[in-house]
Each structure stands twice: as C-alpha cells, then as structure tokens.
Write a protein that binds this ligand. Structure first.
Ligand SMILES: NC(=O)c1ccc[n+]([C@@H]2O[C@H](COP(=O)([O-])OP(=O)(O)OC[C@H]3O[C@@H](n4cnc5c(N)ncnc54)[C@H](OP(=O)(O)O)[C@@H]3O)[C@@H](O)[C@H]2O)c1
Length: 265
C-alpha cells in the first residue's frame, strides 16, 4: 500500500480491451469521475465516444490496435507517448479465452491468446514504466483471473497465461516498492461478459460448470476503481470464488478431488 489516488479530470487512463465487457465497465467508472479516457481494442464499438462523454469523461479517444503483435503494442506506445504523454493509470485488461482438452485447442488461438493475455501485457508495462518512474507516479493494473490461482482441467493454456500475469505482477510489485509507481493485480472471477458466455462452449463439453457464478460488469468495475483509489495491490473475488481460490492454495488435494468429479474426457 502506498499513496491513495484521487481520480478526476486531470487523470489520464488507458484501458486495453476497453471496447466491451470488463474493460468498458472500468473505462466507464473512470469516465464517471471525469477522467481523460483512452480505450484500445481491434474494433471500434459504435457510439463509444458519446457513451464515455455522456458518462462524464472529460475526453475520450479510441485507439484501434491489434495487441497480438509486437508492432501493434510498440506502435501504440510510440503514438500515445508523442500525442498524449504518460498515462497516470495503465489498465492491462485486453484478453482472449482458450479452453477444452489441450489436443482440441486450435494452436493459432493458443498463440494469439498468450500474446494478448501475457506478452503484450508485459510489453506495455515495460514501455510505459520508465516515464512513470521518472515522474515518480503511476498505477499499473493487470487483469489476471482466478484461473491464475486455481487450476482446473480444460483451462490449461488460459491458466498458463493468467498464472504468468500473477507471477509478473507479484514480482514487479516488489521491484517498484518506494518508487511512487505501484501495481494492482485483479484476481477476477466470473463477470457476465461475452467471454464469460464463451466458457460454456469451450469448457462445457468436458467439465460440469454448475459451480460457475457471475457478477455484473458494473459491480466488478466499481470494486476495481475503489482498489485503485485506495492503492490496494490485489483485488480478490467475492464470495464462493474467494473460497475456491483459498481452497486451491491451502488444500490443493481437496480442491483437485472436488474438481476431478466434475471432469470427464
Ligand atoms: N469475464 C470473466 O468472467 C473473466 C474472469 C476472469 C478474468 N477475465 C479477464 O478479464 C479481461 C476482460 O475480459 P472480458 O470478460 O471483458 O472479455 P470480452 O468481453 O471478450 O472483452 C475482451 C476485450 O479484449 C479486447 N481484445 C481481445 N483481443 C484483442 C487484441 N488482439 N487486440 C486488442 N484488443 C483485444 C476485445 O476487443 P476486440 O475483440 O475488438 O479486439 C475486448 O475489448 C480478460 O483479460 C479476461 O481474461 C474475465
């Protein structure tokens, strides 16, 4: 924990994957505080400028970028730095989902998911960090998942990406102590988005998903905003998801016994 942050009209935030789902929810939570909001994704959602401005953003700019490529990430960083400057908050949220038995997962989807979920998240952090350090202020928010903390079948490649986000963020948190720059790790559980709905298609053939629960985007986005403002380093999921994460950590054998009963090849 370090300095508390006041989000207002002088706050500049980048939200990757801000076109829909959790990213859009977080972008709107910033907009409601009057922030200068920048959203990034491949496709521009219709009406996003109006939606952010009507919510209260002092400005909004959408950046069309494919974050699966090095050129996409570097090109965005170069353009943003020269046209806008250094963000106060970088929210690495863009993500893709893979799932199912490993041998059934399309290799090109595994590659693209790992690029967006992990490699680009690290790269954008690496690109923006030096200027934040020089200014001695900044917040880097990395959206992981309960899948980065508790491992179940059908989630092998997605879990690998999210466990990578957890390891990267935990390590960086320690490097940044007393620099004025800090991290927030989101251990996100079920949030009702398009990705959440995909879980049933991708995992449901081999895993009984009756334990899955979701909360609305706005509810999780508000919690993220509060965690940023109060400079927390980790945001845990609510309710039974938190219990599941604790069980997997402290009693991995019991967790594996529970989840294996829900799995069939
Ligand atoms: N929903 C959940 O239950 C849940 C649970 C745990 C963790 N999470 C994590 O939360 C984050 C957001 O998930 P969500 O549920 O909001 O998913 P979503 O509704 O599918 O939104 C994903 C966002 O990422 C963007 N994106 C995907 N590939 C991209 C690429 N190559 N380049 C640029 N942007 C890209 C998408 O925009 P375009 O497609 O237009 O590029 C979209 O804005 C992800 O990191 C996810 O892993 C979600």
């Amino acid at each position: 924990m370090g300095r508390e942050m006041r989000i207002n009209s002088s706050t500049t935030v980048i939200v990757t994957g801000g076109s829909k789902g959790i990213g859009k929810g977080i972008a709107k939570a910033f907009a409601a505080k009057g922030a200068q909001v920048h959203t990034v994704s491949r496709s521009r959602p219709e009406g996003i400028d109006d939606e952010m401005l009507n919510t209260g953003a002092s400005s909004h700019r959408f950046w069309p970028v494919d974050l699966t490529t090095y050129e996409g990430a570097k090109g965005f960083f170069d353009a943003f730095s020269s046209e806008v400057g250094t963000p106060d908050v970088l929210i690495n949220n863009a993500g893709q989902l893979t799932g199912g038995l490993l041998e059934e997962q399309p290799p090109e989807k595994i590659f693209s998911m790992l690029q967006v979920n992990l490699t680009t998240l690290i790269l954008l952090t690496r690109f923006f960090l030096p200027a934040m350090l020089e200014r001695r202020s900044g917040k880097i928010v990395n959206n992981a998942s309960v899948s980065g903390k508790m491992f179940f079948p059908c989630a092998s490649t997605y879990a690998a990406s999210k466990a990578g986000v957890v390891g990267f963020t935990e390590s960086l948190k320690q490097e940044l102590r007393d620099t004025g720059v800090s991290t927030l790790l989101l251990i996100t559980a079920g949030v009702k988005t398009e990705m959440y709905d995909e879980i049933h298609d991708l995992y449901g053939g081999h895993l009984d998903l009756d334990f899955l629960k979701s909360i609305p985007v706005a509810e999780w986005s508000e919690k993220v905003l509060e965690a940023i403002e109060s400079d927390q380093d980790t945001l845990w999921p609510p309710g039974s998801s938190r219990v599941g994460v604790n069980l997997a950590h402290h009693l991995p054998g019991v967790f594996e016994g529970f989840i294996s009963k829900k799995f069939h090849r």
